[in-house]
Ligand binder design. Structure first.
Ligand code: CO
Length: 212
């Protein structure tokens, strides 16, 4: 059997298991999607949003890209964000990075990889913003870990800079935006404690005037 065919077989087994636990599982999900969370995570295969948070289909709206970036010209990310915040009305947006992130590591190095170098550039900008703090850390592994955390924190702020989030904060005081980091070495998620649901911690220049 080809390896990809195994996936289809496993899908059949999964459906059987789900129906065994709850015969209406798919009927319920087919009719409505009302997730409470938007997850913005890394595309890394070791960081599957539902599995590591113990959530079921229907519970988390998911957007993943290399190094969990919030790039404000990214139509894909903006569309997911707009739909999640304004149509699904999620109350929490979680940016989750992970230690050992290849995208962040590449941003600390100088090798050309190809087209992806242009994506990595956004991560290099985060390095430049925090260069002093990062270069005080002599241990390269610890420096990389801190860079990963700072990258998550900057993406949280970048979400707050969007009109999508600022308008939602004004109209309904939500969503909360959270920054987390997942440790691929032990499976644990750590909250970086940068949650925000208003623009009070934000540089003046990024604040839009309130819509009346
Ligand atoms: Co990654």
């Amino acid at each position: 059997m080809k390896k990809y065919q195994q996936l289809l077989l496993q899908n059949r087994a999964w459906v059987e298991q789900k129906l065994l636990e709850d015969k209406d599982f798919f009927n319920r999900l087919a009719n409505v999607q009302k997730p409470e969370f938007l997850w913005i995570g890394c595309a890394d295969s070791r960081v599957p949003a539902n599995e590591i948070t113990g959530t079921q289909p229907g519970e988390v709206f998911v957007h993943r890209n290399i190094a969990n970036m919030v790039v404000h010209t990214d139509m894909n990310m903006l569309s997911v964000l707009d739909y999640a915040v304004n149509v699904l009305q999620v109350n929490h947006v979680i940016v989750c990075g992970h230690y050992g992130c290849g995208g962040v590591r590449a941003a600390m190095q100088h090798k050309q990889v190809g087209l992806i170098d242009n994506w990595i550039r956004h991560i290099k900008d985060v390095y430049r913003m925090h260069q002093d703090e990062l270069e005080k850390i002599q241990d390269m592994k610890k420096r990389e870990d801190r860079f990963i955390e700072l990258n998550v924190i900057e993406q949280v702020y970048d979400l707050g800079k969007t009109s999508i989030i600022q308008n939602a904060w004004q109209s309904r005081g939500a969503p909360y935006i959270h920054g987390w980091v997942y440790d691929i070495r032990n499976g644990l998620i750590q909250d970086l404690n940068v949650s925000m649901n208003d623009d009070s911690g934000m540089s003046e220049v990024y604040r839009f005037e309130k819509l009346s």
